[in-house]
Ligand binder design. Structure first.
Ligand SMILES: C[S@@+](CC[C@H](N)C(=O)[O-])C[C@H]1O[C@@H](n2cnc3c(N)ncnc32)[C@H](O)[C@@H]1O
Length: 274
């Protein structure tokens, strides 16, 4: 005779994903944190109980704590949960919990009590295959609050070069290129930080390749502005690019205040390989 199921039994679901390298570091994600504050600070302030997930925070709690500190300045009610698939890394982070900041075991299924307003996943998907990266974009998007955002990207170890995508529940919306002015010789040097969904598409015939080639060309044309500093050269190059690419020209995504940080955001549709 079949045994009746005990309804009180807890069903344990294994975290979805794979443990990967835990490399991280102080201030590694400062460039994207700054963008999140500027572009999505209003969204976090407007949400009733804003929940932010930092997925795959790595071997230390550092970048999650930095995100928490920066977001609390602009959205005092925000709650941040760091999620890691490696139980040892969760144990290391637990002592740093405080009001509004916690750490827990989990994966792409996002084990949180309500849909997050924002999910940040940095240097996580790069260690998966391209098809998996597209799939987990869909999985993560489907877990967001209705007006929520996924910020998924890759950075160098010291954070001086980074590229990230911004996604709504409906799909990818933006791509942002960000670099310290002395961290590259030409803009296409950033290509090694492309999200997994794009990195294999940086070949002739693909939009992302055309964009980076045009950015290099605009950078070369703007060389004379380098006499006034690399910031002026970047600003000039972005203006050249904006004549042939749909560069947002006004805040929060565009305009000189963003560009002078060594940043450039484009609509995702401009580089979408699909
Ligand atoms: C390279 S570290 C990135 C750390 C930090 N986000 C940063 O950018 O400095 C990647 C981390 O993501 C974790 N990870 C990989 N897949 C994951 C998943 N599906 N869910 C949660 N964490 C995951 C790995 O265990 C690893 O600790």
């Amino acid at each position: 005779m079949a045994r009746a199921r005990d309804p009180r039994r807890t069903v344990r679901v294994s975290p979805v994903g794979t443990i990967t390298r835990g490399t991280t570091g102080h201030n590694r994600l400062r460039r994207s944190d700054r963008w999140v504050v500027a572009v999505h600070g209003g969204l976090l302030r407007a949400a009733e109980r804003p929940l932010v997930v930092d997925l795959g925070y790595g071997a230390s709690h550092t970048t999650t704590l930095e995100l928490f500190t920066r977001l609390r300045r602009v959205a005092p009610g925000v709650e941040v949960v760091g999620i890691e698939i490696d139980p040892a890394r969760v144990a290391v982070a637990k002592p740093y919990e405080r009001e509004g900041l916690s750490f827990r075991l989990g994966g792409f299924e996002l084990p949180v009590s309500r849909p997050p307003t924002l999910v940040r996943a940095f240097n996580v998907l790069r260690q998966y295959g391209e098809a998996e990266a597209w799939h987990y974009w869909d999985v993560l998007r489907s877990g967001l609050a209705p007006d929520g955002v996924l910020v998924e990207g890759t950075s160098s170890e010291n954070g001086r070069r980074a590229i990230w995508a911004g996604l709504s529940p409906e799909g990818p919306r933006t791509i942002t290129f960000s670099a310290r002015f002395d961290a590259f010789e030409r803009p296409s040097d950033l290509a090694d930080r492309l999200p997994k969904t794009l990195i294999h598409r940086n070949v002739p015939g693909e939009r992302i390749h055309a964009f980076l080639s045009d950015f290099d060309h605009a950078w070369a044309m703007s060389a004379p502005y380098g006499a006034h500093g690399l910031k002026q050269r970047w600003l000039a190059a972005v203006r050249v690019l904006s004549t042939s690419w749909p560069v947002p020209m006004v805040p929060p995504l565009g305009g000189p205040a963003r560009w002078r940080l060594g940043e450039l955001t484009l609509p995702w549709s401009a580089v979408d390989p699909r």
